[in-house]
Design a binder for this molecule. Structure first.
Ligand code: ADP
Ligand code: ASP
Ligand code: MG
Length: 413
Protein backbone atom coordinates (compact mmCIF):
# COMPACT_ATOMS: atom_id res chain seq x y z
CA UNK A 1 0.00 0.00 0.00
CA UNK A 2 1.43 3.35 -1.04
CA UNK A 3 0.61 6.83 0.20
CA UNK A 4 0.12 9.20 -2.71
CA UNK A 5 -0.41 12.96 -2.63
CA UNK A 6 -2.18 14.16 -5.77
CA UNK A 7 -2.65 17.81 -6.66
CA UNK A 8 -5.16 18.98 -9.25
CA UNK A 9 -4.77 22.47 -10.71
CA UNK A 10 -7.44 24.95 -11.74
CA UNK A 11 -8.18 23.60 -15.22
CA UNK A 12 -8.35 20.06 -13.85
CA UNK A 13 -11.18 21.07 -11.49
CA UNK A 14 -12.51 23.83 -13.77
CA UNK A 15 -16.07 22.54 -14.17
CA UNK A 16 -18.49 20.06 -12.64
CA UNK A 17 -17.60 17.62 -15.44
CA UNK A 18 -13.92 17.99 -14.69
CA UNK A 19 -14.50 17.48 -10.95
CA UNK A 20 -16.37 14.27 -11.76
CA UNK A 21 -13.44 13.10 -13.90
CA UNK A 22 -10.95 13.91 -11.11
CA UNK A 23 -13.10 12.03 -8.60
CA UNK A 24 -13.03 8.95 -10.88
CA UNK A 25 -9.25 9.15 -11.07
CA UNK A 26 -8.85 9.49 -7.30
CA UNK A 27 -11.39 6.71 -6.70
CA UNK A 28 -9.42 4.35 -8.94
CA UNK A 29 -6.26 4.87 -6.90
CA UNK A 30 -8.13 4.33 -3.63
CA UNK A 31 -9.89 1.26 -5.01
CA UNK A 32 -6.45 -0.12 -5.86
CA UNK A 33 -5.65 -0.03 -2.13
CA UNK A 34 -3.44 3.06 -1.91
CA UNK A 35 -4.00 5.90 0.53
CA UNK A 36 -4.69 9.22 -1.14
CA UNK A 37 -4.43 12.83 -0.07
CA UNK A 38 -5.76 15.17 -2.74
CA UNK A 39 -4.84 18.87 -2.86
CA UNK A 40 -7.03 21.07 -5.03
CA UNK A 41 -6.72 24.52 -6.56
CA UNK A 42 -9.60 26.89 -7.09
CA UNK A 43 -11.64 26.27 -10.25
CA UNK A 44 -9.93 27.78 -13.31
CA UNK A 45 -10.17 31.58 -13.35
CA UNK A 46 -11.72 31.78 -9.88
CA UNK A 47 -8.76 33.29 -8.03
CA UNK A 48 -8.42 36.01 -10.68
CA UNK A 49 -12.16 36.64 -10.56
CA UNK A 50 -12.01 37.13 -6.80
CA UNK A 51 -9.01 39.49 -7.02
CA UNK A 52 -10.90 41.51 -9.63
CA UNK A 53 -13.96 41.81 -7.38
CA UNK A 54 -11.78 43.27 -4.66
CA UNK A 55 -10.15 45.64 -7.16
CA UNK A 56 -13.57 47.04 -8.02
CA UNK A 57 -13.98 48.09 -4.41
CA UNK A 58 -10.54 49.41 -3.55
CA UNK A 59 -7.28 50.39 -5.24
CA UNK A 60 -5.34 48.60 -2.53
CA UNK A 61 -7.42 46.00 -0.70
CA UNK A 62 -5.94 45.16 2.68
CA UNK A 63 -3.88 41.98 2.18
CA UNK A 64 -5.54 40.31 5.18
CA UNK A 65 -8.99 40.74 3.66
CA UNK A 66 -7.73 39.80 0.19
CA UNK A 67 -6.58 36.49 1.68
CA UNK A 68 -9.95 35.89 3.37
CA UNK A 69 -11.50 36.44 -0.05
CA UNK A 70 -9.22 34.50 -2.40
CA UNK A 71 -8.81 31.50 -0.10
CA UNK A 72 -12.49 30.74 -0.68
CA UNK A 73 -11.73 29.46 -4.18
CA UNK A 74 -9.92 26.39 -2.87
CA UNK A 75 -12.53 25.83 -0.17
CA UNK A 76 -15.20 25.49 -2.86
CA UNK A 77 -13.30 22.97 -4.95
CA UNK A 78 -12.25 20.90 -1.91
CA UNK A 79 -15.86 20.61 -0.79
CA UNK A 80 -17.13 19.82 -4.28
CA UNK A 81 -14.59 17.06 -4.82
CA UNK A 82 -15.28 15.55 -1.39
CA UNK A 83 -19.03 15.62 -2.12
CA UNK A 84 -18.48 13.80 -5.41
CA UNK A 85 -16.17 11.15 -3.91
CA UNK A 86 -18.73 10.48 -1.19
CA UNK A 87 -21.43 10.16 -3.85
CA UNK A 88 -19.28 7.50 -5.52
CA UNK A 89 -19.23 5.60 -2.23
CA UNK A 90 -15.76 6.60 -1.00
CA UNK A 91 -15.54 7.89 2.57
CA UNK A 92 -13.89 11.28 2.19
CA UNK A 93 -13.15 14.21 4.43
CA UNK A 94 -12.15 17.71 3.33
CA UNK A 95 -9.72 19.94 5.21
CA UNK A 96 -8.94 23.64 5.23
CA UNK A 97 -5.54 24.94 6.33
CA UNK A 98 -6.55 25.77 9.91
CA UNK A 99 -7.88 22.25 10.39
CA UNK A 100 -4.45 20.84 9.49
CA UNK A 101 -2.57 23.57 11.33
CA UNK A 102 -0.74 24.42 8.16
CA UNK A 103 1.10 27.19 9.99
CA UNK A 104 2.60 30.14 8.14
CA UNK A 105 4.04 33.53 8.94
CA UNK A 106 1.78 36.55 8.63
CA UNK A 107 2.93 37.79 5.23
CA UNK A 108 -0.48 37.89 3.61
CA UNK A 109 -0.49 37.01 -0.07
CA UNK A 110 2.94 35.41 0.04
CA UNK A 111 3.13 33.60 3.36
CA UNK A 112 5.88 31.11 4.15
CA UNK A 113 5.01 27.71 5.60
CA UNK A 114 6.45 27.13 9.07
CA UNK A 115 5.04 23.73 9.94
CA UNK A 116 2.33 21.26 9.10
CA UNK A 117 0.63 18.89 11.53
CA UNK A 118 0.05 15.66 9.73
CA UNK A 119 -1.89 14.01 12.57
CA UNK A 120 -5.41 14.70 11.29
CA UNK A 121 -4.50 13.49 7.84
CA UNK A 122 -2.89 10.37 9.26
CA UNK A 123 -6.03 9.68 11.32
CA UNK A 124 -8.28 10.16 8.30
CA UNK A 125 -6.15 7.87 6.15
CA UNK A 126 -5.97 5.24 8.88
CA UNK A 127 -9.77 5.29 9.04
CA UNK A 128 -9.82 4.46 5.33
CA UNK A 129 -10.84 7.94 4.24
CA UNK A 130 -9.68 9.93 1.26
CA UNK A 131 -8.47 13.36 2.43
CA UNK A 132 -9.14 16.39 0.21
CA UNK A 133 -7.18 19.50 1.16
CA UNK A 134 -7.71 23.09 0.03
CA UNK A 135 -4.40 24.22 -1.49
CA UNK A 136 -2.83 27.70 -1.46
CA UNK A 137 -3.91 28.62 2.06
CA UNK A 138 -2.39 28.62 5.54
CA UNK A 139 -3.03 30.01 8.97
CA UNK A 140 -0.82 32.50 10.82
CA UNK A 141 0.03 32.60 14.55
CA UNK A 142 -3.05 34.77 15.21
CA UNK A 143 -5.29 32.23 13.51
CA UNK A 144 -5.83 34.43 10.47
CA UNK A 145 -6.09 32.94 6.98
CA UNK A 146 -3.05 33.51 4.77
CA UNK A 147 -2.27 32.54 1.18
CA UNK A 148 1.05 31.20 -0.03
CA UNK A 149 1.50 33.06 -3.35
CA UNK A 150 0.09 32.50 -6.84
CA UNK A 151 0.26 28.94 -8.04
CA UNK A 152 1.06 27.72 -4.54
CA UNK A 153 -1.33 24.79 -4.37
CA UNK A 154 1.74 22.97 -5.73
CA UNK A 155 3.53 24.04 -2.57
CA UNK A 156 0.73 22.77 -0.33
CA UNK A 157 0.95 19.39 -2.07
CA UNK A 158 4.72 19.11 -1.67
CA UNK A 159 4.58 20.27 1.97
CA UNK A 160 1.99 17.59 2.77
CA UNK A 161 3.93 14.95 0.84
CA UNK A 162 7.04 15.85 2.86
CA UNK A 163 5.17 15.85 6.19
CA UNK A 164 3.52 12.50 5.40
CA UNK A 165 6.67 11.00 3.83
CA UNK A 166 4.47 10.13 0.87
CA UNK A 167 5.67 7.68 -1.75
CA UNK A 168 4.99 10.21 -4.49
CA UNK A 169 3.62 13.67 -5.06
CA UNK A 170 1.71 13.79 -8.34
CA UNK A 171 0.95 17.20 -9.83
CA UNK A 172 -1.93 16.96 -12.29
CA UNK A 173 -2.31 19.78 -14.76
CA UNK A 174 -3.45 20.59 -18.31
CA UNK A 175 -0.26 19.47 -20.08
CA UNK A 176 1.37 16.04 -20.05
CA UNK A 177 4.46 17.00 -18.08
CA UNK A 178 7.39 19.37 -18.16
CA UNK A 179 8.26 20.23 -21.75
CA UNK A 180 11.41 21.61 -23.34
CA UNK A 181 9.43 24.88 -23.63
CA UNK A 182 5.87 25.98 -22.92
CA UNK A 183 3.92 23.74 -25.34
CA UNK A 184 1.25 26.41 -25.66
CA UNK A 185 3.85 28.75 -27.20
CA UNK A 186 6.29 26.34 -28.85
CA UNK A 187 4.47 23.79 -31.00
CA UNK A 188 7.64 21.71 -31.31
CA UNK A 189 8.25 21.44 -27.57
CA UNK A 190 8.88 17.88 -26.36
CA UNK A 191 7.92 16.30 -23.08
CA UNK A 192 10.88 15.47 -20.83
CA UNK A 193 10.93 12.06 -19.16
CA UNK A 194 12.75 13.47 -16.18
CA UNK A 195 14.46 16.62 -15.05
CA UNK A 196 16.66 17.49 -12.06
CA UNK A 197 15.39 19.59 -9.17
CA UNK A 198 18.01 22.23 -10.00
CA UNK A 199 16.97 22.60 -13.62
CA UNK A 200 13.31 22.63 -12.67
CA UNK A 201 13.97 25.33 -10.09
CA UNK A 202 15.69 27.47 -12.69
CA UNK A 203 12.90 26.90 -15.19
CA UNK A 204 10.17 27.64 -12.64
CA UNK A 205 11.97 30.79 -11.51
CA UNK A 206 12.40 31.93 -15.09
CA UNK A 207 8.78 31.68 -16.16
CA UNK A 208 7.82 28.01 -16.65
CA UNK A 209 4.79 28.12 -14.39
CA UNK A 210 4.08 24.41 -14.78
CA UNK A 211 5.49 24.07 -11.25
CA UNK A 212 5.59 26.82 -8.68
CA UNK A 213 9.18 27.68 -7.75
CA UNK A 214 8.92 27.25 -3.98
CA UNK A 215 7.29 23.85 -4.38
CA UNK A 216 10.34 22.61 -6.29
CA UNK A 217 12.69 24.06 -3.67
CA UNK A 218 10.79 22.26 -0.94
CA UNK A 219 10.67 19.01 -2.92
CA UNK A 220 14.43 19.16 -3.32
CA UNK A 221 15.01 19.93 0.36
CA UNK A 222 12.92 16.95 1.52
CA UNK A 223 13.71 14.75 -1.46
CA UNK A 224 10.03 14.40 -2.37
CA UNK A 225 9.60 12.34 -5.55
CA UNK A 226 7.61 14.64 -7.80
CA UNK A 227 5.83 13.79 -11.03
CA UNK A 228 3.97 16.20 -13.32
CA UNK A 229 1.14 14.60 -15.33
CA UNK A 230 -2.01 15.50 -17.19
CA UNK A 231 -5.40 15.02 -15.59
CA UNK A 232 -6.81 14.75 -19.11
CA UNK A 233 -4.87 11.64 -20.21
CA UNK A 234 -3.12 8.54 -18.96
CA UNK A 235 0.24 9.52 -20.46
CA UNK A 236 3.32 9.03 -18.30
CA UNK A 237 4.48 12.38 -16.97
CA UNK A 238 7.81 13.98 -16.09
CA UNK A 239 9.72 12.94 -12.98
CA UNK A 240 11.52 15.68 -11.10
CA UNK A 241 14.32 14.40 -8.88
CA UNK A 242 18.00 14.31 -7.98
CA UNK A 243 20.33 14.72 -10.88
CA UNK A 244 22.41 11.85 -12.14
CA UNK A 245 25.39 11.64 -14.44
CA UNK A 246 23.43 11.23 -17.65
CA UNK A 247 21.55 14.49 -17.04
CA UNK A 248 24.81 16.43 -17.28
CA UNK A 249 25.20 15.24 -20.84
CA UNK A 250 22.26 17.34 -21.87
CA UNK A 251 23.43 20.88 -22.45
CA UNK A 252 20.07 22.57 -22.83
CA UNK A 253 17.01 21.03 -21.20
CA UNK A 254 14.55 23.84 -21.64
CA UNK A 255 13.78 27.33 -22.86
CA UNK A 256 11.64 29.65 -20.76
CA UNK A 257 9.89 32.96 -21.27
CA UNK A 258 8.88 35.49 -18.64
CA UNK A 259 6.72 38.18 -20.17
CA UNK A 260 5.95 39.82 -16.91
CA UNK A 261 9.09 41.93 -16.54
CA UNK A 262 9.81 45.66 -16.65
CA UNK A 263 13.09 47.49 -16.98
CA UNK A 264 14.23 50.59 -15.06
CA UNK A 265 17.34 52.70 -15.74
CA UNK A 266 18.74 55.24 -13.33
CA UNK A 267 20.89 57.40 -15.54
CA UNK A 268 23.99 59.36 -14.61
CA UNK A 269 24.74 57.91 -11.19
CA UNK A 270 28.02 59.14 -9.72
CA UNK A 271 30.71 56.44 -9.82
CA UNK A 272 31.20 56.26 -6.04
CA UNK A 273 31.23 53.38 -3.54
CA UNK A 274 27.94 52.85 -1.75
CA UNK A 275 25.53 54.21 -4.32
CA UNK A 276 24.32 50.84 -5.55
CA UNK A 277 23.64 49.84 -1.95
CA UNK A 278 21.75 53.08 -1.45
CA UNK A 279 19.57 52.43 -4.47
CA UNK A 280 18.84 48.75 -4.01
CA UNK A 281 18.53 48.78 -0.19
CA UNK A 282 15.13 50.52 -0.05
CA UNK A 283 13.82 48.48 -2.98
CA UNK A 284 14.68 45.26 -1.16
CA UNK A 285 13.22 46.59 2.08
CA UNK A 286 9.95 47.21 0.26
CA UNK A 287 9.90 43.48 -0.59
CA UNK A 288 10.49 43.97 -4.32
CA UNK A 289 12.67 41.46 -6.10
CA UNK A 290 15.23 43.01 -8.43
CA UNK A 291 16.39 40.60 -11.03
CA UNK A 292 18.99 41.35 -13.67
CA UNK A 293 21.25 44.32 -13.02
CA UNK A 294 23.78 45.94 -15.34
CA UNK A 295 25.96 48.91 -14.72
CA UNK A 296 27.66 50.80 -17.53
CA UNK A 297 30.38 53.35 -16.95
CA UNK A 298 30.00 56.41 -19.14
CA UNK A 299 32.69 58.80 -20.32
CA UNK A 300 32.07 61.50 -17.68
CA UNK A 301 32.69 59.14 -14.75
CA UNK A 302 29.01 58.56 -14.19
CA UNK A 303 27.23 55.26 -14.66
CA UNK A 304 23.85 54.08 -15.83
CA UNK A 305 22.25 51.42 -13.64
CA UNK A 306 19.68 49.27 -15.36
CA UNK A 307 17.69 46.48 -13.74
CA UNK A 308 14.52 44.47 -14.14
CA UNK A 309 11.62 43.98 -11.74
CA UNK A 310 8.39 42.02 -11.98
CA UNK A 311 5.74 44.14 -13.69
CA UNK A 312 3.59 44.20 -10.56
CA UNK A 313 6.42 45.97 -8.74
CA UNK A 314 7.10 48.54 -11.47
CA UNK A 315 5.01 51.36 -10.02
CA UNK A 316 6.43 51.03 -6.52
CA UNK A 317 9.99 50.62 -7.76
CA UNK A 318 9.72 53.68 -9.98
CA UNK A 319 8.50 55.82 -7.10
CA UNK A 320 11.45 54.76 -4.96
CA UNK A 321 13.92 55.23 -7.81
CA UNK A 322 12.71 58.76 -8.52
CA UNK A 323 13.09 59.69 -4.86
CA UNK A 324 16.54 58.16 -4.75
CA UNK A 325 17.64 59.69 -8.05
CA UNK A 326 16.84 63.13 -6.64
CA UNK A 327 18.69 62.38 -3.39
CA UNK A 328 21.86 61.18 -5.09
CA UNK A 329 21.69 63.77 -7.88
CA UNK A 330 21.39 61.21 -10.67
CA UNK A 331 20.47 62.51 -14.11
CA UNK A 332 17.07 60.81 -14.25
CA UNK A 333 14.99 57.65 -14.36
CA UNK A 334 13.74 55.89 -17.49
CA UNK A 335 11.69 52.75 -17.77
CA UNK A 336 10.29 50.28 -20.24
CA UNK A 337 7.13 48.67 -18.97
CA UNK A 338 7.09 45.60 -21.16
CA UNK A 339 10.22 43.57 -21.62
CA UNK A 340 10.56 39.81 -21.85
CA UNK A 341 13.18 37.57 -20.35
CA UNK A 342 14.07 34.52 -22.41
CA UNK A 343 16.33 31.91 -20.86
CA UNK A 344 17.93 28.60 -21.65
CA UNK A 345 18.53 26.10 -18.84
CA UNK A 346 20.68 22.98 -18.75
CA UNK A 347 23.02 21.15 -16.37
CA UNK A 348 25.45 20.51 -19.22
CA UNK A 349 26.25 24.23 -19.42
CA UNK A 350 28.42 23.78 -16.32
CA UNK A 351 30.95 21.84 -18.29
CA UNK A 352 30.48 22.89 -21.90
CA UNK A 353 31.41 26.20 -23.44
CA UNK A 354 29.92 27.82 -26.48
CA UNK A 355 26.23 27.73 -25.60
CA UNK A 356 26.00 31.47 -25.00
CA UNK A 357 27.57 32.28 -28.37
CA UNK A 358 25.16 29.91 -30.04
CA UNK A 359 22.21 31.53 -28.26
CA UNK A 360 23.26 35.03 -29.30
CA UNK A 361 23.74 33.89 -32.91
CA UNK A 362 20.21 32.46 -33.07
CA UNK A 363 18.77 35.75 -31.79
CA UNK A 364 20.93 37.78 -34.18
CA UNK A 365 19.72 35.69 -37.11
CA UNK A 366 16.14 36.58 -36.13
CA UNK A 367 17.10 40.27 -35.91
CA UNK A 368 16.25 40.37 -32.19
CA UNK A 369 18.20 42.90 -30.16
CA UNK A 370 19.52 41.76 -26.78
CA UNK A 371 19.09 44.44 -24.11
CA UNK A 372 20.57 42.64 -21.11
CA UNK A 373 22.36 39.35 -20.42
CA UNK A 374 22.72 37.36 -17.21
CA UNK A 375 24.28 33.98 -16.67
CA UNK A 376 24.57 31.49 -13.86
CA UNK A 377 26.07 28.03 -13.74
CA UNK A 378 23.17 26.33 -15.50
CA UNK A 379 21.28 29.14 -17.26
CA UNK A 380 21.66 32.07 -19.62
CA UNK A 381 18.97 34.76 -19.68
CA UNK A 382 18.51 37.67 -22.05
CA UNK A 383 16.09 40.57 -21.92
CA UNK A 384 14.44 41.52 -25.20
CA UNK A 385 11.62 43.76 -26.30
CA UNK A 386 8.37 42.13 -25.15
CA UNK A 387 6.97 41.86 -28.63
CA UNK A 388 9.79 39.52 -29.66
CA UNK A 389 9.58 37.29 -26.57
CA UNK A 390 7.62 34.44 -28.13
CA UNK A 391 9.57 34.60 -31.38
CA UNK A 392 12.83 34.44 -29.43
CA UNK A 393 11.60 31.47 -27.44
CA UNK A 394 10.54 29.52 -30.52
CA UNK A 395 13.71 30.32 -32.42
CA UNK A 396 15.93 29.27 -29.51
CA UNK A 397 13.91 26.17 -28.88
CA UNK A 398 14.01 24.98 -32.45
CA UNK A 399 17.69 25.77 -32.89
CA UNK A 400 18.93 24.34 -29.58
CA UNK A 401 16.37 21.67 -28.80
CA UNK A 402 14.49 20.94 -31.99
CA UNK A 403 14.87 17.79 -34.04
CA UNK A 404 18.27 17.66 -35.66
CA UNK A 405 19.73 20.38 -33.44
CA UNK A 406 23.16 19.36 -32.26
CA UNK A 407 23.50 21.45 -29.13
CA UNK A 408 21.37 19.22 -26.96
CA UNK A 409 23.91 16.56 -26.37
CA UNK A 410 27.38 16.98 -24.96
CA UNK A 411 28.85 14.47 -27.39
CA UNK A 412 28.16 16.81 -30.26
CA UNK A 413 30.18 19.72 -28.91
P1 ADP B 1 -2.39 24.40 -13.00
O1 ADP B 1 -3.56 25.29 -13.02
O2 ADP B 1 -2.70 22.97 -13.25
O3 ADP B 1 -1.51 24.60 -11.80
P2 ADP B 1 -0.60 26.03 -14.58
O4 ADP B 1 -1.32 26.90 -15.55
O5 ADP B 1 -0.11 26.63 -13.31
O6 ADP B 1 -1.53 24.78 -14.29
O7 ADP B 1 0.64 25.32 -15.29
C1 ADP B 1 0.46 24.61 -16.49
C2 ADP B 1 0.86 25.49 -17.66
O8 ADP B 1 2.25 25.75 -17.59
C3 ADP B 1 0.69 24.87 -19.02
O9 ADP B 1 -0.62 25.03 -19.52
C4 ADP B 1 1.74 25.56 -19.87
O10 ADP B 1 1.18 26.58 -20.67
C5 ADP B 1 2.65 26.24 -18.84
N1 ADP B 1 4.06 25.94 -19.07
C6 ADP B 1 5.03 26.88 -19.13
N2 ADP B 1 6.22 26.32 -19.37
C7 ADP B 1 6.02 24.99 -19.44
C8 ADP B 1 6.87 23.87 -19.69
N3 ADP B 1 8.19 24.01 -19.85
N4 ADP B 1 6.32 22.63 -19.71
C9 ADP B 1 5.00 22.47 -19.53
N5 ADP B 1 4.14 23.49 -19.31
C10 ADP B 1 4.64 24.74 -19.27
N1 ASP C 1 -5.69 29.33 -7.00
C1 ASP C 1 -4.38 29.84 -6.75
C2 ASP C 1 -3.89 30.65 -7.93
O1 ASP C 1 -4.62 30.80 -8.91
C3 ASP C 1 -3.39 28.79 -6.36
C4 ASP C 1 -3.16 27.71 -7.39
O2 ASP C 1 -3.91 27.60 -8.34
O3 ASP C 1 -2.19 26.96 -7.24
O4 ASP C 1 -2.83 31.18 -7.90
MG1 MG D 1 -0.01 25.95 -11.36
Amino acid sequence: MALIVQKYGGTSVGSIERIKAVAERVARVRAGGDQVVVVVSAMAGETNRLFKLAAQLSDSPHPREADVLVATGEQVSAALLAIRLQALGYPTVSFLAHQLRLATDSRHGNAKIRSVEASRLIEALAAGHIAVVAGYQGVDPKGDITTLGRGASDLTAVALAAALKADACEIYTDVEGVFTADPNICPRARKLGRISYDEMMEMAGLGAKVLQLRSVELARRYNVPLVVRSSFSEAAGTWVGQEDKSMEEVMVSGVTLDQNQSKITIAGVADRPGLAARIFGPIAEAGMVVDMIIQNASADGRTDLTFTVGRDDLRGALELCRLMAAEISAAGVRHEEQVAKVSIVGLGMRTHAGVAARMFRVLADEGINIQMIATSEIKISVVVNAKYGELAMRALHDALLGKGSNATSAESV
